[in-house]
Design a protein around this ligand. Structure first.
Ligand SMILES: NC(=O)c1ccc[n+]([C@@H]2O[C@H](COP(=O)([O-])OP(=O)(O)OC[C@H]3O[C@@H](n4cnc5c(N)ncnc54)[C@H](O)[C@@H]3O)[C@@H](O)[C@H]2O)c1
Length: 249
């Protein structure tokens, strides 16, 4: 796909990897809309990049997604590209064995992570792809997954959500290909973002870096470039593009 002039919806574009994707997409002369729940962050983004259409929406809530996508379609018509990037990183094992006993995974956090990292992808794609099909718009859905999708000890909910994202990517590629819609995923390894620094203590981060053959974290720009590549290559479909410095081989 030639990105010039294309309408792109990106979820979670205020911070981290999404913020870097905004810059890369604008450099390709695309019309970028960011769906994010962070109201102040959206205001700052708008001040820095006035051409970006900013929409406040918690993508883990179906009613909000329905209202926001309806408004988008009324104003702009069908999108050409949807990038499902919004998500939360949460680390907890199924059972934490401590001196005081066995602590079970928090149930509310299980629901919250599944809603933010998996249901959000389903909600957004159902509404955006429906409009693409109704208007015969050919397009691309990009789901941001993670290397944790293959099962990462200490990340029960997050790993399950990202494995679900990979399964939906393959399923939707099979369902939507006939309508000219490709569905792909990009799975970053550990990347230099604020969320990575917050989620991992110094020693855990050092240990992780030691396991990466390249002995470093990924850069947000490297992940954003990967997202552009999978959108631009018209024969990439239904697969997960893993960008992890060789962590999982
Ligand atoms: N940073 C990494 O190392 C890494 C590695 C693998 C995968 N990922 C994935 O990349 C994506 C982005 O991660 P990041 O590190 O940039 O995160 P981040 O926390 O830096 O940014 C996430 C953005 O999404 C928004 N967001 C979160 N939940 C939302 C919701 N329910 N509705 C609307 N907006 C919401 C936040 O406001 C924020 O702008 C996530 O899907 C994450 O799982 C990140």
């Amino acid at each position: 796909m030639d990105l010039t002039g294309k309408r792109i919806i990106l979820t979670g574009g205020v911070r981290g990897l999404g913020r870097c994707m905004v810059e890369k997409l604008l450099a390709k002369q695309t019309l970028v809309t960011v769906f994010d729940m962070d109201k102040e962050g959206l205001q700052e983004l708008k001040a820095q990049q006035p051409s970006v259409n900013c929409v406040q929406c918690d993508v883990s809530k179906y009613e909000q997604v329905l209202a926001a996508t309806d408004r988008y379609h009324d104003e702009f018509g069908a999108a050409h590209v949807l990038i499902n990037n919004a998500g939360i990183l949460y680390s907890a094992p199924l059972l934490r064995i401590t001196g005081a006993g066995i602590e079970k995974h928090d149930l509310a956090m299980w629901d919250k992570v599944l809603a933010a990292d998996l249901s959000s992808v389903f909600y957004m794609t159902a509404n955006i792809a429906e409009k693409m099909i109704r208007t015969r718009t050919k397009g691309v859905i990009v789901n941001i997954s993670s290397v944790s999708a293959s099962g990462n000890a200490g990340q029960s909910a997050y790993s399950a959500a990202k494995a679900g994202v990979n399964a939906l990517t393959a399923t939707w590629a099979k369902e939507l290909g006939l309508m000219g819609i490709r569905v792909v995923a990009v799975a970053p390894g550990f990347t230099e973002t604020e969320s990575t620094r917050q989620a991992m203590s110094g020693t855990l981060l050092e240990e992780t870096i030691r396991k990466v053959p390249l002995k470093r974290l990924g850069k947000p720009a490297e992940i954003a470039d990967g997202v552009l590549s999978v959108i631009e290559n018209d024969f990439f479909n239904g697969k997960v593009f893993e960008l992890d410095g060789g962590l999982i081989i």
